[in-house]
Design a protein around this ligand. Structure first.
Ligand code: ADP
Ligand code: MG
Length: 796
């Protein structure tokens, strides 16, 4: 059975509708358009009235075959067919045909829509007559000249647009391309064969001449030239004209004459006179177009469909006119043509405007706009009594001037920089940046000339420097004990050395346990240096006892026992906010609340550490002084010695006699050496103490942050009811579990609850509370179990 036909039972046996799904087709169309299909019947005195019948609305054709005429025409029982179309043109004038078939398509081309009108049918059925018409008789002119006329008439009606018209005429014979408007006398295929090229703008034929036509007459001339070439070619090359496809194309490009509009539209109208349908066979993409089940249409399979690829279906208006004979003798081929027409009717297209942008025109428009705005600004300036304001981009001299202004401003020799315009303000900021970066570089290079800079994050370099004894564990520069001099870093004398302070006692009391645990005597590595920033610095900073500048980040939980704390309990805290506060803010709260005690200890330890550092620095200074004095004394002694040797030495019973001055110097030197040793010993002790303190401060800081994390999670993330459950346990630290884990527990439980609800609800609403409680208990239980597990794992 035919795929495209569905049985229709009538009095005279089976009858077939060829458009069984037409309503379905239109339902999914939306903005899509169907291919418009028309049938034109060639006038005849021998019209087969009994076999060909038109519907009352003239939009369908019924074909009836007499039994005796079947004679192998079809090998099944079909005798009746019904074809639905967009119109049947019987005994229609060329004028009416144009009005019905082409007028709208051409009109829309002027608005940017591509259009294609194709004549299909058996050889001699009137395709060429319909498309070209008789060239001798104006009245019988076909669609081609009428389309050209309409285009030029519409252009006249649109003075707001600059519209250009171009035409080309292509013949496809035996899969070869011929230019029917070739400027050379038509001699067959050109030396360089034409090729079909596809690009994002569409399909075009490379090598095909396209002729600009400024008026109707020129266009007609080209058309006639093409028709003549067509006839000559069929004779000289012995072509069977029924085998060739001819495509006459009108290219339209419409630019608005309105200056501000850089958009323009292009379109083309393809007027196609197809080869005789008996030659097209059942294959080919034209046929494939009508196949609704076909996903891919093989446009490239033949030259015709390839050349028309962007004009078949897709985004264009498409009309298929099927030319048929009205005689009974041609009914077989007529039936075949009508089948094709009805299939094509199912093809949908999506007409869309081909809108393009004229870049050159756009630039011109913008330039004009810019000039206008500058004029506007000039008017404003003159009204505001501001003269000579330049809005052009600044040149080098102007920029240099602004740079100088900025420098003078920074030096203080210029009080303010006048605002002139936006460009100048931007340049001022720009020059601030320039000056700033120049100064940064200058400072750094000055420092580099004087000092060796070490990256604070470069632990290897730091430990190497430490080993060499250039810096102490605090990063303070020191001198070699017997070297040429001591540290460059000078801290003013303020605290007296020696004597263990009261605060040190507190320090040790508070942290003795953890200190022992972590091993206070262990060597302090470079990591213990205060290296919180990555910037290169001259001397490692000695941070004050404030932890504000500490980076607060997620940390691994520590194995440290929580500190005994007298800080306020949860019940004293204000109600929990809906969204957790930012960590830095919360940290301040924490230091005043639960973390107050540990924060106090931390601060105290920090100040002890700083005090020790200060003392170490003072001792270093004293050592330097002593060393200098020793040097001076040594020199004086040497001078005395040389003086004595010059004057002649005195000996008494083997003892050397020296004068009093020399003697006093020797005594002084001895005393200085003693002092030196004592101070040096002190320095060494201090250094050990600093190392130890530093370690404790680090631990303390770590503790503070860990406790803060715990507190933060408890306060803002762990559900309050879970916290209630946790309280009796005491030893369980919720903060030791990642928050995500806790939240996921909650989700699991929630899922379970939803599931339960579904099971339980049929039992009655009272059961909900019961199961709700059950779920919550389970939730707590699971949570506690997880905590225990984690706690155990952590201890190991
Ligand atoms: P096709 O191009 O389909 O092979 P033609 O257009 O060449 O057929 O038509 C064959 C002949 O029939 C031509 O002489 C043509 O003038 C004539 N003819 C076709 N259709 C009509 C018509 N509607 N009215 C008058 N003559 C027609
Ligand atoms: Mg023809």
């Amino acid at each position: 059975m035919d795929e495209e036909a569905a049985p229709k039972r009538g009095k005279n046996g089976p009858k077939f509708h060829c458009l069984p799904h037409s309503t379905q087709g239109s339902a999914r169309m939306g903005t899509r358009k169907k291919v418009h299909t028309f049938v034109r019947v060639k006038p005849t005195d021998d019209f087969a009235h009994e076999m060909i019948k038109y519907g009352d609305d003239n939009k369908s054709i019924d074909i009836h075959l007499k039994k005796d005429t079947r004679r192998g025409v079809v090998n099944n029982q079909q005798t009746d067919w019904s074809f639905k179309l967009d119109g049947v043109l019987h005994n229609a004038s060329q004028d009416l045909v144009y009005e019905t078939v082409a007028k709208d398509v051409v009109a829309q081309a002027l608005d940017g829509y591509n259009g294609t009108i194709m004549c299909y049918g058996q050889t001699g059925a009137g395709k060429t007559y319909t498309m070209t018409g008789t060239t001798e008789n104006y009245k019988h002119r076909g669609i081609l000249p009428r389309a050209l006329q309409q285009v030029f008439r519409m252009i006249e009606e649109r003075p707001t647009h600059a519209i250009t018209v171009r035409v080309s005429y292509l013949e496809i014979y035996n899969e070869s391309l011929f230019d029917l408007l070739s400027t050379l006398p038509y001699v067959g295929p050109s030396v360089t064969p034409m090729t079909i090229v596809e690009n994002p703008q569409g399909v075009f034929i490379k090598g095909l001449s396209v002729h600009l036509t400024s008026q109707e007459e020129d266009a007609f001339s080209l058309l006639f030239e093409g028709e003549t070439n067509r006839i000559i070619a069929s004779h000289t090359m012995n072509k069977n004209s029924s085998r060739s496809h001819c495509i006459f194309t009108i290219y339209v490009e419409a630019h608005s004459r309105t200056l501000s509009d850089e958009k323009y539209i292009t379109s083309k109208i393809n007027l196609v006179d197809l080869a005789g349908s008996e030659r097209l066979g059942k294959s080919g993409a034209i046929i494939a177009l009508g196949d609704q089940k076909r996903e891919h249409i093989p446009f490239r399979q033949c030259k015709l469909t390839h050349a028309l690829k962007d004009s078949l279906g897709g985004n264009c208006n498409m009309v298929l006119l099927t030319n048929i004979y009205g005689e009974a003798a041609q009914l077989e081929e007529t039936l075949s043509s009508l089948r094709f027409a009805s299939r094509m009717k199912l093809v949908t297209t999506e007409p869309a405007i081909n809108e393009k942008y004229d870049a050159e025109r756009m630039v011109k428009n913008l330039e004009k706009e810019l000039a206008l705005l500058k004029q506007e600004l000039a008017i404003h300036d003159s009204l505001a009594n501001r003269t000579l304001v330049n809005y052009d981009p600044m040149d080098e001299i102007q920029i240099a001037e602004i740079n100088s202004q900025v420098r003078r401003y920074l030096e203080g020799t210029l009080d303010e920089i006048d605002i002139i315009n936006l460009r100048q303000i931007q340049e001022v900021f720009n020059q601030f940046r320039v000056v700033l970066s120049q100064q940064e570089q200058e400072v750094e290079s000055a420092l580099r000339r004087k000092y060796t800079l070490i990256d604070k994050n470069d632990f290897a370099a730091i430990s190497a420097v430490q080993k060499a004894g250039l810096v102490d564990v605090d990063g303070h520069l020191v001198g070699e004990p017997d070297g040429q001099g001591f540290g460059l870093r000078v801290t003013p004398f303020s605290a007296k050395p020696g004597k263990k302070s009261k605060s040190k006692k507190t320090f040790k009391e508070q942290l003795s346990s953890s200190a022992r645990k972590e091993g206070a005597s262990s060597p302090v590595s470079g990591k213990e240096l205060d290296v919180s920033t990555s910037k290169t610095q001259l001397t490692p900073s000695s941070k004050e006892g404030d932890v504000k500048d500490m980076t607060i980040r997620e940390r691994e939980t520590s194995s440290l026992e929580p500190l005994p704390s007298d800080s306020p309990k949860e019940e004293l805290r204000p109600p929990r906010p809906s969204t957790p506060p930012p960590k830095p803010v919360a940290f301040e709260d924490f230091k005043n609340e639960r973390g107050s005690e540990i924060n106090r200890i931390f601060k105290e330890n920090k100040s002890i550490l700083n005090e020790r550092r200060k003392r170490a620095s003072e001792t270093t200074q004293r050592i330097n002084t002593i060393k200098r004095e020793m040097d001076v004394t040594k020199e004086a002694l040497n001078f005395q010695k040389s003086l004595r040797e010059k004057q002649g030495e005195y000996e008494n019973k083997g003892l050397m006699i020296i004068d009093e001055e020399e003697f006093l110097l020797i005594l002084k030197l001895k005393d200085l050496k003693k002092q030196y040793r004592t101070e040096y010993q002190d320095l060494r002790d201090l250094r050990a103490e600093i190392q130890y303190c530093q370690h404790l401060v680090d631990q303390c800081r770590h503790r503070l942050l860990t406790e803060f994390d715990i507190w933060y999670n408890e306060s803002f993330f762990i559900p309050e009811d879970l916290q209630v459950a946790l309280k009796p346990g005491g030893s369980i630290r919720p903060g030791m579990v990642p928050v995500s884990r806790i939240m996921s527990l909650g989700e699991d439980a929630q899922d379970k609850f939803s599931q339960l609800q579904q099971v339980v609800l049929p039992e009655g609403p009272d059961s909900v509370a019961f199961y709700n409680a059950k779920v919550k208990t389970e939730q707590k239980h699971n949570y506690l179990k997880t905590m225990m597990g984690l706690q155990q794992a952590h201890r190991k």
